[in-house]
Design a protein around this ligand. Sequence first.
Ligand code: 5RP
Length: 231
Amino acid sequence: MKDASANADAKRAAGERAADLVKDGMAVGLGTGSTVAWTIKRLGERVREEGLEIHGVPTSYQAEELAIASGIVLTTLNQHPILDLAIDGADQVDADLFVIKGGGAAHTREKVVACSAKRFVIVADESKYVEKLRHPVPVEVLPFAARLVEQRAKELGGVPVLRLGKMKDGPVITDNGNFVMDVGFGTISDPAALARRLCGIPGLVEHGIFENLDELYLARKGEVEIISKER
Ligand code: 5RP
């Protein structure tokens, strides 16, 4: 798990608070990363202490392992194609609740799960909250199409960087067997337009811009603030 120590108290506060949203009988998407890990652990406590009966759909190998260790019963999207709720972390969230995800290279499954949910909640500390997105956009790429995606990302004004492993030589391989590129675009003035253009690149499996956030659980100044999207 990356960066578990930075802003640890805030991550824990936001992550644990969002676990209160989960009610008996729900099917819940379980996100990836060090913030939502607190949600998963807290849900495990609630299963043990309250007898909470839920089914979880993990978004990554990491989330699956943690959910199993926490005692959460798992299911699949094929068994539960409509989830009651999905909770996940973020790399950056802007004032209009556009989100960049994929710092853990899990954004493809995270997006599928978030889009299967009736309600999508992000948990984050205040370092993630910005006026305008400027974090590089992670894109999952078919290895076969790596050069083409790189070229097309440059044509969109991006600076693509192939993500390399830390304890492995060569590229990071996702849970789906693909590469990840982090594409810098500077400040992103229109995330929806950029998302549409990225979707048009053949061989780009999924990009990390999320447009369907309902609520942000943001830990700042010792409190967890809930910021909702007006729909
Ligand atoms: C994984 C993600 C994570 O949710 C995101 O990177 C945030 O992680 P953390 O809570 O550890 O800062 O998108 O693909």
